[in-house]
Design a protein around this ligand. Structure first.
Ligand code: EPU
Length: 427
């Protein structure tokens, strides 16, 4: 029942430090199961999806020690559990990574159908295709997915669809299989590469991550390591858009500029200035926002997770933009909220035509999912006046200390806890 209250119209100015990547963290935490030893994982973002992953590990029997806010020691040596508690697995999408990791170490796993953002159908047939090629059997019963396979054997897997999740589960399940596994038509996202690097630090033999073909030579044992997670590409992109959309000037620190190139290219086309430094980017805008075309695609294309944020900025461009969503069926749910703010957006299937309006107006808003929620935060920062955003738990799944970071950039944003007692007295 918490909400954000944002007084918009202020250009963001200053510096912001980017946290570790959510989508790498939620893959690397389950991967510590394979190490069967102590792992120290650094640069973990303090977000609720990481909390849920840690709770799952603990429920399965891992020993977990907090070393500092973003560093945990995880010891899976004496872990025995193979069934992920339902209530936890339903809280986030990435709980499916426990299937690959548990299958690899214990030969069996059970996970409830994962939760996460509602972006349309989110099948896992390609994950199961990889498990089955390695010799595991699967069954889905009353919302529970079970996989079993004592002696996994390396295989050739051609993914019918480029899938981040299936590529990651393919690697997790193959690292200790007998012989070599070749995964083809793989996702190339930075977090896929980060997981491969982590697995290799733990003694695995994974080659080719970041290309279409990943080769995994099975090893008999893996061990613990100390590993620092890469910076979050989408969190960085979100602050880049927020800087450009508010006509601000922000130095975004602790990033890998190469990972941001697809976002940088579109921001520059839309009229922002982006200066790339060693491990930072500086984003500013003084001129008009120009209309552009965006087509979301797997990496290195323009990331779908940035689509709602860019659309918000384009809603005040000087002309007509088109945004085509190429990954998810249902990723324009934030458009109704933007319409309340005066935006002029027509959605037809997977294409949104955005007719730029002079400005957005403040409104009461509701976050329907993580990135839609972040996009509404940017919209509220752009609008002159006070907007309120409900259902912010979606946003807090993926953005560490968003209120503090935005406040440091001069934003007027408050997180308001609704008091249920006061609410019922008022009714
Ligand atoms: N797909 C299948 N079969 C499968 C798996 C996927 O048909 O077995 C389809 C999906 O329906 C979709 C496409 O393939 O149309 C791509 O899905 P993918 O598997 O790549 O997505 P994911 O692994 O479930 C991750 C991120 C998402 C991000 C997508 C695309 C995590 C935990 N989630 O999801 O991130 O949108 O890749 O880049 O890594 C977010 O962070 O807000 C978020 C939703």
């Amino acid at each position: 029942m918490e909400k954000f209250v944002i007084n918009g119209g202020v250009p963001l100015k200053g510096e912001v430090e980017i946290s570790g990547a959510k989508n790498a963290a939620v893959a690397i935490l389950p991967a510590t199961i394979l190490a069967a030893g102590k792992c120290v994982v650094e640069n973990l973002p303090a977000i609720s999806d990481v909390d849920v992953s840690l709770h799952i590990l603990q429920a399965l029997g891992a020993q977990i020690r907090l070393l500092n806010r973003n560093t945990y020691e995880i010891d899976t040596t004496f872990m025995t559990g193979t069934e992920v508690p339902d209530d936890l697995s339903r809280q986030m999408r990435a709980s499916y990574y426990f299937l690959g990791a548990l299958l690899s170490r214990f030969g069996r796993a059970q996970v409830a159908m994962p939760g996460g953002c509602n972006l349309g159908p989110r099948p896992i047939d390609q994950h199961l295709k990889a498990f089955s090629a390695l010799g595991a059997a699967d069954s889905v019963d009353y919302g529970m997915i079970s996989v079993r396979g004592k002696e996994l054997t390396g295989a050739h897997v051609f993914f019918d669809k480029v899938s981040v999740g299936a590529t990651i589960n393919g690697m997790l399940s193959a690292v200790m299989a007998q012989g070599q596994t070749v995964l083809e038509n793989c996702a190339k996202e930075p977090h896929v590469v980060d997981l491969a690097n982590f697995l290799n630090m733990c003694g695995a033999d994974v080659r080719g991550a970041g290309t279409d073909v990943i080769k995994v030579r099975g090893v008999q044992r893996m061990h613990g390591c100390t590993y620092s997670i890469i910076p979050d590409q989408i969190e960085a992109g979100s602050y880049m858009v927020a800087a450009a959309a508010t006509g601000g000037d922000v130095l975004i620190k602790n990033v890998i500029p190469k990972h941001l190139e697809p976002i940088t290219a579109k921001l520059v086309m839309a009229g922002a200035e982006v200066q790339e430094l060693d491990d930072a980017v500086r984003v500013s805008r003084t001129g008009e926002i120009r209309p552009i075309k965006i087509n979301t695609m797997p990496h290195p294309g323009f990331p779908t997770d940035m689509q709602p944020l860019m659309s918000v900025m384009l809603s005040v461009a000087d002309g007509t933009s088109t945004v085509t969503e190429g990954i998810w069926d249902n990723r324009f749910r934030y458009v109704d909220e933007l319409t309340k703010m005066g935006a002029n957006i027509q959605v037809d299937g997977q294409v949104a035509v955005i007719e730029g309006v002079p400005e957005l107006m403040p409104a009461p808003l509701r976050a329907s999912d993580l990135r839609a929620g972040a996009a509404l935060v940017v919209a509220a920062l752009m609008a002159n006046g006070t907007s309120e955003i409900d259902e912010i738990s979606h946003i807090e799944r993926g953005y560490e200390r968003i209120v503090e970071k935005l406040e440091a950039l001069g934003a007027d944003i408050r997180r308001v806890e609704r008091n249920p007692a006061a609410l019922s007295q008022a009714l």
